[in-house]
Write a protein that binds this ligand. Structure first.
Ligand code: GDR
Length: 331
């Protein structure tokens, strides 16, 4: 049985990836800090097959110990301070976890290594946020980076150090440059889930308004369940590489809001939505759209869920969830 270690196991990607690897007959290990985390209980109920190992991206020796314990074939680094807005407020922490954490994990892999015939393969969760202020559209693997947030800067470091360790030490290290990917498991602080959850609550009469920031930024939104397949496929190739993972379609936040409200029949949604400075960022990424031709050609990967189906999936999930919490019977 192959063994995989996932950092960021409590996030949406960690969960979808764990399910995929389990279905591919892997033994799945999730790295956790070992302190109280309310998400852990839910994880253990939903994904009981995941074995938890303690370790922290801020502590090299704990990563070495985790690798020695698990002896993984594959390591997926999905752990990060991943909320862009928070990274402006906790820039140093973001640099440490999201940036230096990658270096620590690579060093730990270099130390523990895995067997000679079977060296540990490494996946780094890179991000379209690295492109930031784009001068080229759509973005491909060779598009220059111009990050617009401490998070984006930390991800650029993580990407570059992954490439550097591959070049310097021959590690099988891949960087997946994933564009925004969403799901019903998305944290409520991210705009898509914030919107779908509010739409559900407004539809059910549990909430009157949705307060947002800038409605004009455009994102290339895909489904997280599709994107974790690309991560896994990268580590199954003969040679390591870097891949853009995206749908190739872009929509504004406003279009997402529009689609979500329309899905529940609230076409006059503008009366429910207000804007507040609190949710604007010091520097914004205005337009992202990726070209995943390399992933399609070399990995045979393609997205299955389109924008409208993604919005519908998330709104329907939140309708059922919020109705259940409030004891409301859904038609
Ligand atoms: P993003 O995701 O920053 O693109 O990073 P997020 O959903 O937070 O923001 C998307 C866009 O929506 C605008 N926006 C708001 N965002 C939030 N969170 N809340 C609001 O109220 C709001 N109003 C408008 C934002 O300004 C932004 O333009 C995500 C994360 O998952 C990263 O970790 C990942 O690397 C990238 O996607 C790819």
């Amino acid at each position: 049985m192959r063994r995989a270690l996932i950092t960021g196991i409590t996030g949406q990607d960690g969960q979808y990836l764990a399910e995929l690897l389990h279905s591919e007959n892997y033994e799945v290990f999730g790295l956790i800090k070992g302190q109280n985390n309310p998400k852990l209980e839910a994880l253990q109920t939903e994904l009981p097959f995941v074995e938890l190992v303690s370790g922290d991206l801020q502590d090299l020796s704990s990563l070495v110990a985790a690798l020695e314990q698990v002896q993984p074939d594959e390591v997926y680094n999905l752990g990060a301070i991943s909320f862009v807005a928070l990274s402006f407020k906790q820039a140093e922490l973001t640099a440490n976890v999201t940036g230096l954490g990658v270096l620590r994990l690579l060093e730990a892999i270099r130390m523990v290594g895995g067997s000679q015939n079977n060296p540990i393969r490494f996946y780094q969760a890179s991000s379209s946020e690295m492109f930031g202020k784009v001068r080229e559209s759509p973005q491909v693997e060779t598009t220059p980076f111009y990050p617009r947030s401490p998070y984006g800067c930390a991800k650029v470091f993580g990407h570059d150090i992954t490439v550097n360790y591959r070049d310097s030490y021959g590690l099988f290290a891949c960087s997946g440059i994933l564009f925004n990917h969403e799901s019903p498991r998305r944290g409520i602080e991210f705009v898509t889930r914030k919107v779908t959850n509010a739409v559900a609550r407004i539809k059910l009469g549990l909430q009157d308004t949705l307060v947002l920031g800038d409605l004009e930024p455009r994102r290339d939104w895909g489904f997280a369940g599709d994107y974790v397949k690309a991560m896994w496929l990268m580590l199954q190739q003969d040679e390591p590489g870097d891949y853009v993972v995206a749908t190739g379609h872009t929509h504004s936040v406003r279009e997402f809001v529009d689609a979500a409200f329309r899905h529940v029949g609230l076409d006059d949604w503008e009366r429910f939505v207000t804007q507040d400075e609190r949710f604007f960022r010091p520097a914004e990424v205005d337009l992202l759209v990726g070209d995943a031709t390399k992933a399609k050609t070399e990995l045979g990967w393609k997205p299955e869920v389109d924008f409208e189906s993604l919005v519908a999936m998330m709104v329907d999930h939140d309708l059922a969830l919020e109705a259940k919490k409030a004891g409301i019977r859904q038609p």
